[in-house]
Structures are given as C-alpha cells and as structure tokens.
Design a protein around this ligand. Structure first.
Ligand SMILES: *[C@@H]1O[C@H](CO)[C@@H](O)[C@H](O)[C@H]1NC(C)=O
Ligand SMILES: *[C@@H]1O[C@H](CO)[C@@H](O)[C@H](O)[C@H]1NC(C)=O
Ligand SMILES: *[C@@H]1O[C@H](CO)[C@@H](O)[C@H](O)[C@H]1NC(C)=O
Ligand SMILES: *[C@@H]1O[C@H](CO)[C@@H](O)[C@H](O)[C@H]1NC(C)=O
Ligand SMILES: *[C@@H]1O[C@H](CO)[C@@H](O)[C@H](O)[C@H]1NC(C)=O
Length: 389
C-alpha cells in the first residue's frame, strides 16, 4: 500500500511517468511514448433496464431534479419491473499503443479498456490534457499495455443522446462494453482497432467501476483482470446531500445544446471539488475539471441501486481495487478505516482468484487527477505484471 511504500519505489514511479511526458497533451497525437488514434465502434445490443413507477415529465426540469434528488437516497424512486432496451449505438474511443521499442513482448497482447465515471468522459484518462502525471494512457503504454478509453453512451463525443431515464442506465453500458470486448477478442468486423487482443483488463473509475462489477456478474469471462478505481462496495451516498444538480442544457446551453433535460451536471464548483478532490492536488486541476465537466443521466443515478445490489457474482479472475484514503464517496480516512472498507469489499467478489487493494494516501475520489497519480499507475501496473505473468 502506498502509505508505507519504500521511497525507492516511489521514485521509480515518478521516473516512469516523467519518461512519458510527451504523450500527455493531445490524446490523439502520435508521440515517442504513446501512439493514439480516435476509433468508433458500432454496437447493437439489448439490455434489461429498470422501469420506474413515477417518472418525471421529461420537459420539466423541476420534476427531473426532484426525481434525481429522491434517487440519491438510493431507494426513493419505486421501481416497476424491468424492460428490454435494444438499439444500435455509436461509441467513440481513443486507442493508444505502447512505444515501438523498449517494451516487453509478452505484454503486447494485453488491452486495458478504460471506462469513466459520472460527469466525465474518455478525456479523464488522458488527464484532461493537463499533464503527463495525470495521463493513464501514457503511464500504461510506457509499461507495455495497450489502452482504449471509451465515451459511455450519451457522453463525450458520442453523437447520440438517447432518452436519459429509461435508456441510458448502467445495465445498457454493461452490455455495450460486453459487445465491444467480444468484438475485440474475436476480432470481428465490428472491432474498430486494427487487431484483436486475447487479454482484456477492465479498468473503471467510480460508476465505471460499478459497471465493471456488474460486467463481472453478468459476463464473468469478459475481463481477465478487473481494476476498479474510485470504488468500494459501500458508497457513502450522503456525500451527495450537499451537491446540487442542473440540466446540462440549462447550465451550459451552448456546449450541451440539444441534450435532453435528464442529462445533468454539477453546477457549483465548490461542491464538485469538495466531493471529488481531497488531500494533495493542484487546485488548478480541480478548476479545469469543473470547467470541462461532462454529464450524468438521471437513469444512471436512478438505476444504480440495482447494480450495487447485483454484486460481482461469479467473477473468478483477479480484482484490484484502488481507492484514495480520502475518497468522500467510497472510503473514509484514516487509512486503517479505509483499509477495513476496502477489505470488506472483497465480499462482492467471493470467487475472485486474487483480491487486493491499494489506497493512495492524501487522495480523493478522482484519484488519477491527484498528485499521487504516478504512484497509482505504478501500483496498478506492478499488479498487472504480476497477475498476467
Ligand atoms: C407498472 O407496470 C404495469 C405494466 O406495464 C402497468 O400496467 C402499471 O400501470 C404500472 N404501475 C405503475 C404504478 O406505474
Ligand atoms: C413542473 O413541475 C413542477 C413540479 O411538479 C410544477 O409545479 C410546475 O408547474 C411544472 N412546470 C410546468 C411548466 O409544467
Ligand atoms: C469531455 O471531457 C473533456 C475534458 O473534461 C471536455 O473538455 C469536453 O468538453 C467533454 N466533452 C463533452 C461533450 O462534454
Ligand atoms: C466470440 O467468442 C466467444 C468465445 O470466445 C463466443 O462465445 C462468442 O459467441 C463470440 N462472439 C462473436 C460475436 O463471434
Ligand atoms: C453538508 O454541508 C453541511 C454544511 O456545510 C455540513 O455540516 C455537513 O456535514 C455536510 N454533509 C455531508 C453529508 O457532507
């Protein structure tokens, strides 16, 4: 764990990320360290989504925000069964390859699929373009791992904005990720990368980790390893009591023009920073994060309870949980208390072949945008090197 790592190891972590510096700024740029390209998947799938008994009027923002407030208690909106949602969706991503030299060959067959949390998009994994320290692609590529960060449906540059309550729920994201993994593993014509991979590492942040948990439950053979960051089995939902939301199209009409009112954002910077950042971080990063925030849908939040309670079921492969000691949503300082929360999270994955956790110190929820990010990247890739051997 980071809080008692020998300092020699910390130095190695720093050096690796410094070496990847040139890759940080433009996630699509070719560089000596990462070679990235924009990709787009066309995915046809079906998911079993939750139906709500008393949905808000989709044109009434007041009702939408009241509905969302009730969802944040996790049980405030009664469900009325499920419904099948089918569709064909365009999912954009950025795919980055390791540098051509200096990488061990055995890693050449491993792809990390990076899935962002709420109010972020795939840019999270390139550190919002704020520097090498925060660039997951560059850190992973420098260790020989390929990376694919996707925009979940309705987020980032994805052109479609489906109905936000019934359609855009975690369950549908899980099935979309499943189809993408199938296409890559089998290298079918729906694979937007120019090659297949036989080893897939699922890497999630926050809601992206909860999607990973459910993926492990519904499709236990999809991920060879699951790395769940900004996550535990015990979300502290009261943290959201003090966070207001607003429809994205109302808050930033130019940027979010045409998006349904059920696509919402956190409009108050101090609240967002208080929930997502803690300990050692650059205030300029938290500010840039606020200015560039993406959306969350009211369906993603409302159906969360179903994903949390479904657990990680029959997933039998290695699991690594990575959560900041000061994560206001998924852990509680001091380190000993956070450690007990992350240790208890193992119960979600009773059959996992390996279960370990890492707790970066002085680190809040959006851990890859904190000063500890290079150590986090090092810890994750040391784990992957070990379990994928
Ligand atoms: C629940 O769903 C059933 C079947 O679709 C419908 O008949 C009923 O009116 C719904 N109840 C509520 C409270 O929405
Ligand atoms: C929106 O919903 C609120 C709360 O139900 C209601 O008071 C208000 O009249 C509605 N506004 C419109 C324009 O229908
Ligand atoms: C995706 O995130 C980046 C960085 O946070 C931001 O600049 C961009 O505007 C976001 N995209 C959308 C469509 O909101
Ligand atoms: C891909 O391969 C898996 C087995 O590895 C198989 O179960 C699945 O049906 C295949 N999917 C496609 C779309 O070919
Ligand atoms: C909400 O904010 C109030 C006032 O700032 C504070 O006393 C309280 O602890 C906060 N609650 C949570 C759950 O963060």
């Amino acid at each position: 764990m980071f809080w008692n790592l020998p300092s020699s190891l910390l130095l190695i972590g720093t050096a690796i990320t410094a070496a990847a510096a040139a890759a940080a700024i433009d996630p699509s740029a070719e560089s000596l360290y990462s070679r990235c390209s924009d990709v787009s998947f066309k995915v046809s799938t079906t998911s079993q989504n939750v139906k709500f008994a008393f949905p808000p009027d989709p044109n009434n923002e007041t009702q939408i925000l009241e509905f969302n407030r009730r969802s944040l208690t996790l049980t405030g909106n009664p469900q009325n069964g499920t419904q099948l949602i089918s569709g064909t969706f365009n999912i954009d991503g950025v795919y980055c390859r390791p540098p051509p030299t200096g990488v061990r060959a055995r890693d050449d067959d491993v792809l990390e699929i990076l899935v962002h949390g709420i109010t972020y998009n795939k840019s999270l994994w390139s550190g919002l373009g704020l520097g090498a320290r925060y660039d997951w692609h560059a850190g992973a590529n420098a260790r020989g791992y390929h990376t694919l960060a996707i925009d979940r449906l309705t987020h980032g540059t994805n052109p479609q904005h489906p109905e936000p309550l019934d359609v855009v729920q975690g369950q549908l994201h899980v099935e979309i990720v499943h189809e993408i993994i199938m296409a890559i593993r089998n290298n079918t014509r729906n694979n937007a990368l120019d090659r297949g991979f036989s080893k897939i590492v699922y890497v999630g942040h926050s809601f992206g980790s909860q999607i990973g948990q459910t993926l492990g439950h519904l499709h236990p053979n999809d991920a060879d390893v699951s790395v769940l960051t900004g996550y535990s089995a015990f979300p502290i939902i009261t943290t959201f009591d003090n966070i207001s939301f607003e429809s994205a199209a109302t808050f930033r009409p130019r940027h979010f023009h045409g998006q349904p009112l059920g696509n919402i954002v956190t409009p108050i910077e101090a609240q967002r920073t208080g929930a997502f950042y803690a300990g050692a971080f650059d205030p300029a990063v938290a500010h840039a994060d606020f200015l560039a925030e993406d959306t969350v849908t009211i369906g993603e939040i409302a159906a969360l309870i179903t994903m949390i309670s479904s657990g990680g079921g029959g997933y039998r492969k290695p699991v690594l949980v990575v959560t900041g000691v000061e994560d206001a949503i998924f852990c509680t300082p001091p380190a000993a208390v956070c450690a007990s929360i992350l240790a208890a999270t193992k119960a979600i994955f009773p059959l996992a072949s390996i279960y370990e956790f890492i707790m970066p110190e002085s680190t809040g929820h959006t851990l890859s945008l904190h000063y500890s990010a290079p150590e986090t990247l090092k810890g994750v890739h040391d784990f992957l090197d070990r379990v994928l051997r």
